[in-house]
Design a protein around this ligand. Structure first.
Ligand code: SAM
Length: 281
């Protein structure tokens, strides 16, 4: 894999565009080719895979993805960065630049993408919207079978957390609904420009068959949201509003085989599915 961007190239590109990275858009650019190689390797893309990259920025990861994927869709909200990207690809990977489609768009507003349909989400995500972006894209693009995303380490830990831990919450259960997720490593701040004040983490996920247990996603997520909105309460109390009263909540919980005195943070995604199914039956 060649053509990757190092510190000098990143500075030069940014200076040429008059770009000064903004916090608002979570702009921390990777200027370390080894980190790009590591992300691309962890994504495990095959030659038939079509990558969806959110926030390509100056193109560090995009170039790595172009080296292995059949096609890369890059969705970037910043017009200056989006406009420059095809040129960067053409200059640095001339034989592969035609595999790139750049979309000037907010990833949270993506509803469809033109062919070829993306099979893998691979991104160094803007940290302020990382979880909503992952959940939105999984909901919107059923062709996505897997993903490898870099997010703030704390968020990575939350995304892969299991029941019973303090950091287990709505993002953990919702990602578990879509598939299996695992931590795929830690990334130090010094591979970015500008240097963030937090560590980053990689999260890998693989989609499972849906809808799980024959219950629509919205119904399951409504239970999850209600349970964690008051996470210290028992499920009987926390789900009262959702069920139409504590007695009804207790009935649904009993039908699902869940102890009404338990708390949401103790339940795995299967139990949330069972509660949603019980409420609908
Ligand atoms: N992938 C590049 C890299 O690794 O060097 C840049 C990653 S940087 C952490 C995040 C990128 O996401 C920035 O280029 C930023 O402009 C872009 N971005 C921020 N919010 C976005 C959104 N809602 N939709 C699409 N892109 C977004």
């Amino acid at each position: 894999m060649d053509g990757l961007l190092g510190p000098a190239e990143i500075r030069e590109l940014a200076a040429g565009l008059g770009v000064s990275p903004t916090k608002k858009l979570g702009q921390n650019f990777v200027h370390d080719p080894n980190t790009v190689r590591r992300i691309v390797a962890a994504a495990g893309l095959g030659p038939d895979d079509v990558a969806l990259e959110v926030g390509p920025g100056l193109g560090s990861l995009t170039l790595g993805l172009l080296g292995v994927a059949r096609h890369v869709h890059a969705v970037e909200i910043d017009p200056v960065l989006a406009a420059r990207l095809p040129q960067t690809a053409a200059e640095r990977l001339p034989g592969r630049a035609d595999r790139l489609t750049v979309h000037l768009q907010d990833a949270l507003k993506v509803t469809t993408l033109p062919d070829p349909a993306p099979t893998a989400l691979v991104a160094n995500l803007p940290y302020n919207v990382a979880v909503p972006v992952v959940l939105h894209l999984l909901a919107t693009l059923p062709s996505l079978r897997s993903g490898l995303v870099m997010v703030q380490k704390e968020v990575a830990d939350r995304l892969v957390a299991g029941p019973g831990s303090k950091i287990y919450g709505v993002p953990s259960v919702k990602l578990a609904w879509y598939g299996t997720a695992r931590a795929a490593g830690k990334v130090p701040p010094n591979v970015f420009w500008p240097v963030p004040n937090v560590d980053s983490g990689l999260v890998a996920f693989t989609r499972r068959e849906q809808p799980r247990g024959g219950v629509p996603r919205e119904k399951v997520f409504a239970v999850v949201d209600a349970a964690f909105a008051q996470r210290r309460k028992t499920l009987r109390a926390a789900l009262a509003g959702w069920a139409g009263g504590p007695d009804r909540a207790e009935k649904a919980l009993a039908a699902a085989g869940v102890d009404p005195r338990a708390r949401g943070e103790q339940l795995d995604v299967e139990s949330f599915i069972a509660i949603a199914a019980a409420a609908g039956s």
